[in-house]
Design a protein around this ligand. Structure first.
Ligand code: SF4
Length: 319
C-alpha cells in the first residue's frame, strides 16, 4: 500500500507522514513548485528532510499552469492578500492525485489541521478543497482524521482510523509532543513562507498584472528590487549585490536590461515597449541610486544620459 503526501517540509506534514508510515504504508512526497516561495533554499531543505524520512520526493514544476488557471481566477477568492489558498490547496491535491495514479498509490495524505489557519483549514474550507480537487474520500488528514468523516483508506481498512488523531485549532502543544516522540525536536523549518500572503509582494503583483501578463519568467523579478510604475510602464532597479544578479539573469521578453556604463551601480529592468521619454526617466532613476550626479545608462544597447533626481520625486512612483 502506498500513499502520496503533500510535502511542505513543515512539522505537520512530517508528522502526517510519520503516522502513516507507522501503519506500514509506503509514502512518497510531492512538492508542487508554484514559484512564490520566499526561501531560495527551500528545495534543498525538502530533499534533505525527505531523505531523513526515507521517502521519495517528487518536486513538480507547476508555475505555468498555476498562473494561467488559478492565481488570477480563483473560484473561492483570496485571503488577505493575493493568496488564493482554497483553490491553491485544491490545485496541489489535484497534482498529488495525478502523481498518485502515475505511481500506483491509493490515497493522498496532508498535514492540514482543522481550524489551524484562518482561511484554508476551517472545516467548510476543507470540504471546498475536496470538492474542487474532485478527490473526495481520497484525502486523509492524519492529524485531524477523527474529527472528519472517514475517508476511503479508512473505510476500506487500509489505514486504522483508531490510530489517527483528533487535533484541531492553533495550539501546537500536541504536535510538539509528537515531535518529541519522533525525535524531531531539533527540527527547524526554513524561514519565509508563501509570498502571495505578503502585502508588499501582493501589491507589486497586482500592479504588474494590471499592465502585463505574468509568466514564470517574471516571478523572481517581482521578488526583488525597487518597483517603479512610471506612467503605466514598469521599471525595476536592484537594491544590492544580491538582487542585481537576479535582474541580470532575467530571461523573459517583457523587459530589457539597464546597466551603468563604465561605473558601479545597480542593474535595472524596464518594460521592453517603453517609449524614449520613459527610458530617459528610467536612466535618471538609475543614476539616482548611485553616488554620481550624472552618467550614461545603457538600455538595450542605446545610451541615455541620466541625471540624478530627488528621491522624494521617485517615491511617488514606487509600488
Ligand atoms: S499560502 Fe500560498 S502556497 Fe499556501 S495555500 Fe495559500 S496561496 Fe497556496
Amino acid at each position: 500500500m502506498k500513499a502520496i503526501s503533500l510535502f511542505s517540509g513543515g512539522l505537520d506534514s512530517i508528522l502526517a507522514i510519520k503516522l502513516i508510515q507507522d501503519q506500514g504504508i509506503e509514502v512518497e512526497g510531492i512538492y508542487v513548485d508554484l514559484g512564490f516561495e520566499a526561501n531560495k533554499e527551500k528545495k534543498e531543505y525538502l530533499k534533505n528532510i525527505a531523505e531523513k524520512l526515507n521517502i521519495k520526493l517528487h518536486i513538480i514544476d507547476k508555475k505555468e499552469e498555476y498562473i494561467k488557471n488559478i492565481l488570477f481566477n480563483p473560484v473561492y477568492g483570496y485571503g488577505k492578500n493575493m493568496n488564493p489558498c482554497i483553490d491553491c490547496h485544491a490545485f496541489m491535491i489535484r497534482s498529488a492525485k495525478e502523481l498518485m495514479e502515475k505511481v500506483g498509490a491509493k490515497f493522498i495524505i496532508s498535514g492540514e489541521v482543522v481550524g489551524q489557519r484562518p482561511m484554508s483549514q476551517r472545516l467548510p474550507a476543507l470540504n471546498s478543497v475536496n470538492k474542487l480537487a474532485k478527490a473526495d474520500g481520497l484525502i486523509l488528514r492524519p492529524l485531524s482524521a477523527k474529527l472528519l468523516p472517514p475517508t476511503i483508506p479508512e473505510i476500506k481498512g487500509w489505514v486504522d482510523r483508531e490510530k489517527l488523531l483528533d487535533i484541531s485549532g492553533r495550539d501546537r502543544k500536541r504536535q510538539l509532543e509528537l515531535a518529541k516522540k519522533y525525535n524531531l525536536e531539533n527540527f527547524e523549518s526554513p524561514a519565509g513562507g508563501c509570498l502571495l500572503t505578503d502585502i508588499n509582494f501582493s501589491k507589486r503583483l497586482k500592479d504588474f498584472s494590471k499592465y502585463l501578463t505574468l509568466t514564470p519568467n517574471e516571478i523572481d523579478i517581482l521578488k526583488v528590487g525597487r518597483h517603479i510604475n512610471y506612467n503605466g510602464y514598469k521599471i525595476i532597479i536592484g537594491r544590492n549585490k544580491d538582487e542585481n544578479p537576479i535582474l541580470k539573469e532575467y530571461k523573459g521578453e517583457k523587459f530589457v536590461k539597464m546597466f551603468p556604463k563604465g561605473f558601479a551601480g545597480p542593474v535595472g529592468l524596464i518594460q521592453s515597449d517603453a517609449p524614449e521619454n520613459v527610458k530617459q526617466k528610467a536612466a535618471d532613476f538609475m543614476i539616482s541610486y548611485t553616488k554620481f550626479d550624472k552618467g550614461d545608462i545603457i538600455i538595450n544597447q542605446e545610451i541615455f544620459k541620466g541625471q540624478k533626481i530627488d528621491k522624494k520625486e521617485i517615491q511617488k512612483y514606487i509600488i
